[in-house]
Write a new protein. Sequence first.
Length: 319
Amino acid sequence: MSVMRRTLAITETRAMRIKNRPSSFPSRGSSARFAASSSTTSSTPTDDDAVSSKYEKTETSSSSSFSTSSTVPCDDDDKDEYDNKRKSKLKSDIYAHAATTSRGKEATSMEKENVKKLLRELKDLQSRSEKKNEVKMSANEMLNGKWQLCYTDTHSFRSSPFFWQLGNALGEDNAKMFYSAHEHQTSLFGGAVGQCFQTIDLEAKTLTSDCVVKASVGVPFVGISPIFSGYGSVISKANIVDSESDSLFVVMESTTIKQDDENVIPFLNFLNNTRVPVYDVFQSIGNAVPPVEMKICYVDEEMRVTELGDGSVFVYKRV
């Protein structure tokens, strides 16, 4: 009996031990290894962490290097060198825009805005140079000479001071209508405005515009091909009545028409060398002929940027 009781007691004890035993036990030493592994993982960066850290360091270093050496040079000589290189790059970009947009005629609104941004930066660089050297660029220093229009954000024929004076007399809204009508008229039957030049002579106090025009004659509604076509020049002379450090004030004097090839349109030969006294005409209409301002936004030995009262921009290259 006692043996049976002992056997039952041992059986119940074992059953209780099995019931209370955890479902699983880590193997011997696994806890230590897990702790060591965890410690190693937290203290030693992985390959990804190393790459990330290296990339961030390189990016910061690269950014710092760019801002120091390329954007804001520390040394004055480095600044001058940077400014000169940047000016050359800006002018190259402006000439490229001019070439790819037919002197600005085919430029989109975005392209025109991009050119304005380049011109603003060019002007800022010049202002910084003038401030550093304590020298203010005078309108009388580099304007003399012959200049060729290479870009404008308006009609190219407005390079002529005749249209400055006319626009001033008509008013902004009427002037826009006239410019559009004139653009349409000059483009009929393949006609167009070609090269436009300005010659400034500050000693003689004159500004002379020479616009090459392709004149074509055809029959409306019959065809698009011209019957006759030839090239001529419209030469407009204005007198410089006043000047400031960054502006010239001019008044139109006369316009002369020249036909380059008299044999192309013979019946228009009577117009050749015809001189129209524009000043007298304007004076007879409105009595007073107020001067028109040509603002000089930028000028150096190679490039000149001017602006009219309505904000139209003209970029010229010295010939």
